[in-house]
Ligand binder design. Structure first.
Ligand SMILES: Cc1cc2nc3c(=O)[nH]c(=O)nc-3n(C[C@H](O)[C@H](O)[C@H](O)COP(=O)(O)OP(=O)(O)OC[C@H]3O[C@@H](n4cnc5c(N)ncnc54)[C@H](O)[C@@H]3O)c2cc1C
Length: 315
């Protein structure tokens, strides 16, 4: 029985998280001598994009009724086609709301935020992130079927090209209970949760008029921008940039925190970042305790100097 994986797309275009989930499913399939079947809803991207990471089969669900996202309707659609005992999802906002619904429909175990290929397949046991990223645990599935969500940027995107095949599945799922009233588009050029580098700033920036230098640094690094909660609460930045316990949880390879004190609620959303660089003029700022690299100094001097240095190195 194939390993199934939900390949999330946004406006038809596969997300990096989809490639990571396919790579993860492929690692399980290799362990089991099995194949990978990817499932996607209304993609416009060619299936080749998924064959590249090891998907042997791609089932493209076509359903006009699923144009707007609804966790329930999407779970029903995936449930129609994903018949295997192991189903992999990326731990994106949408997919991590589909996965629990599907787990109920299939009466299967659900293990979220997994970090590595399972230690054991029968019973299924795997390392997962716990306590808002402050710790790990080893979770064991007690049902014969298991659904996992893969923590973003943890396993990585791994090329593993196979020659795959595609199947179109026309469905008409009822999606009556979801109506989109308004839609807030993230202002940044990059999806914050997918970004490998994030430049984030807090109240230490003093006001929205000073964000030009933060964006300049982010553009130079090809990074997404983020902010602390008070900054979005007072309207200096859009809510889509708010990271932390009550905002987005991210795990980029590099997180640069500028003028952010490092309160526990902020750390809860960013402490899974692989490398943390803190820039703060207070040497006692709590964030330094979680930093891999720290710069004590005035952000208004350091950011332009850092940007200039990186531009020079790149140029
Ligand atoms: C239930 C709950 C949930 C919460 N959820 C979140 C959340 O999800 N995300 C979140 O971020 N917060 C959250 N908070 C708020 C959190 O507790 C902190 O208040 C908040 O993170 C502080 O934001 P800040 O670091 O930007 O501001 P401040 O705490 O005001 O820190 C500003 C920092 O900038 C430094 N600074 C000042 N001037 C300069 C300069 N010129 N150069 C360099 N550094 C400078 C200061 O030394 C200071 O460390 C939550 C709080 C509660 C109670």
């Amino acid at each position: 029985m194939a390993i199934f994986v939900y390949a999330e797309n946004i406006n038809g275009v596969y997300k990096k998280a989809a490639f990571e989930a396919v790579s993860y499913a492929k690692s399980i399939a290799d362990k089991m001598g099995d194949t990978v079947t990817a499932v996607s809803v209304n993609p416009t991207d060619a299936s080749d994009a998924l064959y590249k990471y090891g998907a042997n089969n791609v089932i493209n669900i076509k359903d006009e009724g699923l144009k707007n996202f609804s966790a329930k309707a999407y779970a029903q659609a995936v449930n129609e086609v994903a018949t295997g005992n192991i189903i992999v999802f990326p731990h994106t906002t949408d997919a991590s709301s589909i996965a629990p619904m599907l787990a109920i429909m299939k009466d299967s175990s659900l293990i979220t935020n997994v970090l590595e290929t399972p230690e054991n397949l029968s019973p299924f046991q795997v390392k997962r992130r716990a306590f808002s990223g402050k710790g790990f645990m080893h979770a064991k599935a007690d049902a014969p079927a298991v659904i996992v969500t893969v923590s973003q940027n943890a396993f990585g995107v791994k090329e593993n090209p196979v020659s795959g095949s595609e199947e179109i599945k026309n469905l008409t799922i009822s999606n009556e209970d979801t109506k989109v009233i308004s839609h807030e588009q993230s202002s940044g050029k990059l999806d914050l949760k997918e970004a490998e580098v994030v430049v984030s700033a807090g109240r230490g920036m003093k006001g929205p008029e000073n964000w030009g230098m933060v964006e300049d640094l982010a553009n130079t690094l090809g990074a997404a921008t983020a902010c602390s909660k008070p900054v979005s609460d007072i309207g200096w930045r859009p809510h889509t940039e708010h990271v932390g316990q009550t905002g987005k949880a991210i795990s980029p390879n590099l997180y640069i925190a500028i003028g952010i004190s490092g309160a526990i609620q902020h750390l809860a959303g960013v402490n899974s970042s692989k490398t943390i660089v803190v820039i703060n003029n207070d040497p006692e700022a709590p964030f330094f305790k979680s930093a891999d690299y720290g710069v004590v100094g005035d952000a208004f001097e350091i950011i332009p100097a850092l940007t200039q240095k990186i531009k020079a190195l790149k140029g």
